[in-house]
Design a protein around this ligand. Sequence first.
Ligand code: ADE
Length: 245
Amino acid sequence: MRFDIITIFPGIFESLFAAGIIKKAQDKGMIEIQVHNLRDYTADKYRQVDDRPYGGLEGMVFKPEPVFKAVESIRQPGRSLVCLLTPQGELFNSKLAEKLATYRQVVLVCGRYEGVDERVSEYLVDEEISIGDYVLSGGELAAAVVVEAVSRFVPGVVGREESVRHDSFSTGLLDFPQYTRPRDFLGHKVPSVLFSGDHQKIARWRLKMALEKTLAKRPDILKSRKLSEEEKKLLSEIQEERKES
Ligand code: ADE
């Protein structure tokens, strides 16, 4: 799988992709990341990528020509998807990350300044993506978030497929709590079930904890999720316990 990032600040990505899982995945050839300077696709002496908005407002807007030229020369035939990072886009989540991981090439266009000429969204881009309901100065950090989250769904990138399957959101629930040594930290003890050696009991406890955490912190996720019979049973146990305490 290949990512192509189009930006006016290519330097931002140097250290972001030079460590951890993303670096390893690139070294092993599972993913490829190419960063392109939008200014390389301008035709004028000043390598100008932006201009004043028609209709008279403050600020600058990305011109359509360099963005079209960049995308058209970078986009490969086959299963590729062109995305624009913008606060006006579809909210990025695990499901969208998994969908993007099915493409051979994802082109990520990072917007800047007050915006990008609307014809880019209308006639060039397949998908507009926002990473949250806030405004960043540009799409660069958002593009890095997308690369990292999507890469985790590319087979082999995360050590064992298992770990992706157990991730928060892949199960549709928040993560269950994890503990390591010491067994007693300042009087705060690790739950004894984890020492029981009974794997079924531990799995049930973990599911219950994940449900409890999701109910407390993200009840919206639970509402939109279909529950199994076991989950329903655990959830009513949790609700009973809440009433008692
Ligand atoms: N560019 C500026 N803000 C953004 C956001 N929230 N998500 C994606 N791209 C952006």
